[in-house]
Design a binder for this molecule. Structure first.
Ligand SMILES: *[C@@H]1O[C@H](CO)[C@@H](O)[C@H](O)[C@H]1NC(C)=O
Ligand SMILES: *[C@@H]1O[C@H](CO)[C@@H](O)[C@H](O)[C@H]1NC(C)=O
Ligand SMILES: *[C@@H]1O[C@H](CO)[C@@H](O)[C@H](O)[C@H]1NC(C)=O
Ligand SMILES: *[C@@H]1O[C@H](CO)[C@@H](O)[C@H](O)[C@H]1NC(C)=O
Ligand SMILES: *[C@@H]1O[C@H](CO)[C@@H](O)[C@H](O)[C@H]1NC(C)=O
Ligand SMILES: *[C@@H]1O[C@H](CO)[C@@H](O)[C@H](O)[C@H]1NC(C)=O
Ligand SMILES: *[C@@H]1O[C@H](CO)[C@@H](O)[C@H](O)[C@H]1NC(C)=O
Length: 404
């Protein structure tokens, strides 16, 4: 073999691989993920034991000294609980009859309680649709809202049928229970969740860097009929504050867009001073399954506000946090009235990471490091890289020739 294992395909077979440059530069670049621990991840669907079509997915990620529990559910609006404990032996216990009762407090617990280091939740409450066509005529972007879809009033697939143990993923796919206009006759809103046993980066943009301490959520609206020719969509997300304040919303800038074309920013929601829990995403969504620069839409996040009473209750959040109720909420809106949009292919997808600890940090990519090395004219470095490359490259190429 004489190929390069670098993240860019199509490099010349015998050209210096960007990975080679990276390894040479590694001591100079702060690599956030060196020495990252791995986790034993299991996905378990917890059956209701009653005749209720209810989904509860428990993702348990066990490390040497800790366990992360992600509990995803479509009981009520789609929601996830994130619970981190400092023991590899903590367990989740669910009392379904309590959970589905009007007073679900205590229906869902992680034991032993004193092992819990961090816990919070995200609840996806509403899907918004806006008429993006009129924004140029004075209306404020994203445009006039159509009546929102309440995600608490969706019905969801049986999560068991969508489990993919090989990729540690599962998909909640739902449509409005009551759909008088048939907008979702051929469409659905899907929440694909995926856990990871180690660090890495998916093949598809936005290629968020993940670790064993994170879980990825991909939200996709597919095939639903929009109510306008230029509909923009939005998603309302509620979360729990730690103490009296809302979590912190942060924007981080980066000069590197190799993994998410033309996106130089990472948005983060942090629940407390590090390390606590975080949500992290690139402010980009995609309007085609084929994700790239041509199908990239901007994704705007509104500031986080203490939420008002209208938010639908999530039974699992109530069950776990009991009377805790300082919810905060924000809106994500996808796309602009110009450029690509949902109207192109009736497709919209957005990805985010949820986890504990320090959020994964993109260091400069091998490509950018290579360019910098050239631009800064680090001749010694290049010489060294060239020398090592000649050694490796020559050996690899001769093997390649021998095979033929
Ligand atoms: C979901 O599917 C599994 C297996 O296909 C089945 O055992 C289970 O009863 C189903 N759950 C519901 C709520 O229908
Ligand atoms: C795990 O526990 C061991 C023994 O108590 C300790 O040496 C190690 O530093 C801990 N590792 C982490 C990641 O906390
Ligand atoms: C579940 O909760 C109900 C109501 O509090 C209680 O009566 C029942 O014993 C609990 N079930 C289990 C298995 O703990
Ligand atoms: C868009 O603007 C036009 C002209 O201002 C108006 O007639 C029309 O009702 C608007 N459409 C919507 C959906 O508000
Ligand atoms: C759903 O798909 C069917 C078959 O492709 C088509 O005939 C129908 O018009 C579609 N309905 C909507 C609401 O798009
Ligand atoms: C959508 O576009 C079609 C054709 O361009 C037009 O006839 C129709 O009135 C438009 N609908 C809306 C809601 O603007
Ligand atoms: C999200 O946007 C909708 C529609 O503009 C608005 O009604 C709602 O209050 C917003 N929610 C938050 C949390 O800002």
């Amino acid at each position: 073999m004489c190929g390069s294992e670098g993240p860019r395909r199509g490099w010349g077979r015998c050209a210096p691989s960007p990975m080679l440059l990276l390894s040479l530069l590694a001591s100079a670049a702060p690599l956030g993920l060196l020495g990252e621990e791995t986790r034993q991840v299991s996905l378990e669907v917890i059956p209701p034991g009653l005749d209720a079509p209810q989904n509860l997915l428990h993702i348990r990620a066990v490390g040497t000294n800790s366990t992360l529990h992600y509990v995803w559910s479509s009981v009520g609006p789609p929601a996830v609980l994130l619970v981190a404990t400092d023991t590899p032996h903590s367990t989740l216990s669910v009392n379904w009859s309590l959970l589905l009762s009007p007073e679900p407090d205590g229906g869902l617990v992680v034991l032993p309680k004193d092992s819990i280091q961090f816990s919070s939740a995200l609840v996806f409450t509403r899907l918004f649709e806006f008429d993006g066509a009129n924004t140029s005529e004075g209306a404020k972007p994203p445009g006039e809202p159509y009546p929102p879809y309440s995600l608490a009033k969706f019905s969801w697939n049986n999560i068991t049928d969508s489990l993919e143990p090989a990729t540690l993923s599962a998909t909640f796919r739902g449509r409005p229970t009551d759909d008088p206009t048939g907008a979702f006759a051929n469409g659905s809103l899907a929440f694909r969740v995926q856990a990871f046993s180690g660090s890495g980066r998916p093949d598809q943009p936005p290629r968020l860097l993940h670790s064993a301490d994170t879980c990825q959520l991909e939200v996709a609206l597919v095939g639903a009929s929009p109510r306008g020719n230029r509909s923009l969509f939005g998603l309302e997300v509620a979360t729990l504050g730690q103490g009296p304040d809302c979590p912190l919303m942060q924007e981080q800038h980066s000069i590197d867009d190799e993994y998410a074309p033309a996106v130089f920013q990472v948005n983060q929601l942090l629940w407390g001073s590090l390390p606590s829990g975080f949500v992290q995403w690139r402010p980009v969504a995609f309007s085609q399954r084929q994700r790239g620069r041509e199908s990239a839409l901007p994704c705007q996040a509104s500031p986080l506000h203490p939420s008002l009473a209208y938010l639908p209750q999530s039974p699992i959040v109530r069950a776990f946090f009991e009377s805790h109720n300082n919810f905060c909420a924000f809106n994500l809106t996808f796309g602009a009235s110009t450029g690509p949009g949902y109207w192109d292919a009736h497709y919209l997808s957005w990805s985010t990471l949820l986890g504990v600890g320090t959020p994964p940090l993109d260091t400069l990519s091998p490509l950018v490091l290579g360019i910098m090395a050239v631009a800064l004219g680090a001749p010694g470095l290049m010489l060294l890289a060239g020398g090592v490359f000649l050694l490796l490259g020559h050996r690899q190429c001769s093997e390649y020739q021998r095979i033929n």
